[in-house]
Design a protein around this ligand. Structure first.
Ligand code: PMP
Length: 427
């Protein structure tokens, strides 16, 4: 049993010694001390079903024994920098990761986070094309450093510091988007941005396959193929940000972009790559990768032996335990059950997503789509009290984000929906 400090003590220390910008969702913040697969435990030993491990995209499940063993064994053997020396763990994982990609996407750069991965991807695209202009999608999230904060398109996450060279296209999503689900109309916006907003050439287009922070919004069908075509005609590279949608989460495919029938020039990833270990990566073609030989480029800990040992274990577990298939089966079932809640409760405006990356948008008026912000927070708290953790997102903070570990079962899905149903009935 846990014998450390209480939640109140931790909160007091956090308020005194940690960044005032860190936040928590709940009235009484949870102190989590243990994890096992899809479960989390607080300091009193109370169990919670984790339906939001996706924030770290813990794909295999918390403390999966094979991943833990890989981390512990490599830590005992050697932990060092990625640069200067050869090490088998780094090379083996790079090879295994490259094998998950189509076409020429075969060169891996490791980083420590999703932000770093996207920063690197944007810089490579700018170097490769000699252009500065980048196109991103409104409501997207790509990170919190200079270039990525520029590419991010939600005012909540943008500080008033210089962010140049980015144009933000209409968000091609069905629920609030201005063209409904007409992907080609949204794609024309990208065309017009290039025509009217640049000198006719661009460095890159970057987008998530499903917006995560933005509230689980899928791209309208037909959008990505048309935009990739337009961007490439303007000399630009297409970057897929797979930080949330990658690593089998969407169920139908290993990568989110695959559902759109496109092959990007650069793919970025983090979160799920290491089952919670700080690791990120950029995967691109040998030709594009060459631009980084113009100068010295390195990352001290990006892809160090311990993190890459974890990464390799994660790939093995996803395969061995058929987690992609599970994400598809359980995710489809869960989506169906959530959709049936929509028939029962007016407050549910939309249920969407793919695999185990699902969103439930709450509105106080279905016609006007008025965000039910206060209700969302209240319900999340109630759902937590009944032992289930879900996340929230969307620009207005009115979307439940359901991104559990990929080992989530049908029984877990039933429990989650029953708890949500009960909480909604008590509103
Ligand atoms: N891209 C996407 C799609 C993300 O969701 C996030 C994090 N929420 C990032 C990039 C940034 O990753 P990190 O927090 O690891 O820097």
């Amino acid at each position: 049993p846990y014998t450390g400090p209480s939640a109140e003590e931790i909160l007091r220390k956090r308020q005194q010694f940690l960044s005032p910008a860190v936040f928590h969702f709940f009235k009484n913040p949870l102190s989590l001390v243990d994890g096992k697969m899809q479960y989390l435990f607080d300091e009193k030993g109370r169990r919670y079903l984790d339906a939001f491990g996706g924030i770290a995209t813990v794909g295999c499940g918390h403390c999966h024994p094979e991943v833990v063993d890989a981390i512990v064994n490599q830590t005992k053997r050697l932990q060092h920098s990625t640069i200067l020396y050869l090490n088998p763990a780094i090379a083996d994982f790079a090879e295994a990761l490259a094998s998950k990609f189509p076409g020429d996407l075969k060169v891996v750069f490791f980083t420590n986070s999703g932000t770093e991965a996207n920063e690197l991807a944007l810089m490579m695209a700018r170097l490769y094309t000699g252009c500065n202009d980048v196109i991103a999608i409104r409501n997207g999230y790509h990170g919190n450093a200079a270039a990525t904060m520029g590419a991010t398109a939600q005012s909540n996450y943008k500080f008033n510091v210089v962010q140049t060279g980015v144009h933000h296209a209409q968000n091609p999503e069905e629920y609030r988007g201005i063209f409904g689900s007409d992907g080609l109309k949204y794609a024309r916006d990208v065309d017009e941005i290039i025509t009217y907003g640049t000198h006719g050439r661009v460095a890159a287009f970057i987008s998530e396959a499903i917006q995560g922070v933005g509230g689980i919004l899928e791209l309208a069908p037909g959008y990505l193929p048309a935009v990739y075509n337009t961007v490439r005609n303007a000399g630009g590279l297409c970057i897929a940000d797979e930080v949330q949608s990658g690593f089998a989460r969407t169920g139908s495919h290993f990568w989110g972009f695959e559902a759109h029938g496109v092959v990007p020039d650069i793919v970025t990833m983090a979160k799920g790559i290491g089952n919670g270990i700080p690791l990120g990566a950029v995967v691109t073609t040998p030709e594009i990768a060459k631009v980084l030989t113009q100068r010295m480029y390195f990352n001290t800990f990006g892809g160090n032996p311990v993190c890459t040992a974890a990464g390799l274990a994660v790939l093995n577990v996803i395969e061995k335990e058929k987690l992609q298939q599970n994400a598809l089966t359980v995710g489809s079932y869960l989506k169906e059950r959530l959709t049936s809640l929509k028939d029962k409760y007016e407050i549910i405006g939309d249920v969407r997503g793919r695999g185990l990356m699902l969103g439930v948008e709450l509105v106080t008026d279905r016609q006007l789509k008025t965000p039910a912000k206060v209700e969302t927070l209240h319900l999340m708290d109630q759902i937590k009290e009944m032992g289930v953790l879900i996340g929230k997102g969307g620009f207005f903070g009115n979307v439940f984000r359901i991104t559990p570990p990929l080992c989530f079962t049908k029984e877990d899905a039933d429990f989650l929906v029953d708890v949500m149903d009960y909480s909604l009935s008590k509103m």
